[in-house]
Design a protein around this ligand. Structure first.
Ligand code: ZN
Length: 183
């Protein structure tokens, strides 16, 4: 079922997600609904907070472009991108590479707002699947960026927090309009 996407400034977007300690039928349904909702909205990722649930569950799918990464290792082995898409994960912990990269980002909770965000260019993501498997994903490019963006959501952090002060100032009016429901 496609769920309604929560828009900024809904306070649930600022809530840190609870750890998923048990994969209940409700969590499974939520995950399926989040995949449908992400596809319906043509997004590359969605966090549970964006459908109103503050739990550490997110979905990512960047399989539209095989070239969007340079490398992918899963549990230490080279793997094709398609083999892990769509990615559904709970309770993530991230380790970041030193190199930074700036690229344009959007967010389904901020319709039509796109801006440059600087983030680490590589990541080592320790994730859990709904089947109870542990995944260690090392990658770069769009998958790296999407995982970081979604994990931020799970911690109550938003991409506007990662923008430069100058960029945030230039978006001040739009953000004010969103906060006051004029957008
Ligand atoms: Zn987002």
């Amino acid at each position: 079922m496609v769920r309604k996407i929560v828009l900024y400034p809904d306070p649930v977007l600022r809530e840190k997600g609870r750890l998923v300690t048990e994969v209940t039928p409700e969590i499974l349904t939520l995950a399926v609904d989040m995949l449908e909702t992400m596809r319906d909205a043509r997004g590359v990722g969605l966090a549970a907070q964006q459908v109103g649930e503050a739990v550490q569950l997110a979905v990512v799918d960047v399989s539209h472009d095989e070239e969007c990464i340079n490398f992918l290792k899963v549990n230490g082995e080279d793997r094709p991108l398609a083999s892990i898409m769509p990615l559904v994960f709970i309770n993530p912990v991230l380790e970041f590479g030193k190199r930074k990269e700036t690229d344009i980002e959007g967010c389904l909770s901020f319709p039509d707002l796109r801006a440059d965000v600087t983030r680490p260019g590589t990541v080592k993501a320790h994730l859990q699947t709904l089947e109870g498997k542990k995944l260690v994903i090392e990658t770069d490019g769009l998958l790296c960026r999407a995982i970081q963006h979604e994990v931020d959501h799970l911690m109550g952090k938003l991409f506007i927090d990662r923008m430069s002060t100058a960029k945030r100032m230039s978006l001040k009016r739009i953000l004010e309009d969103m906060r006051e429901g004029r957008y």
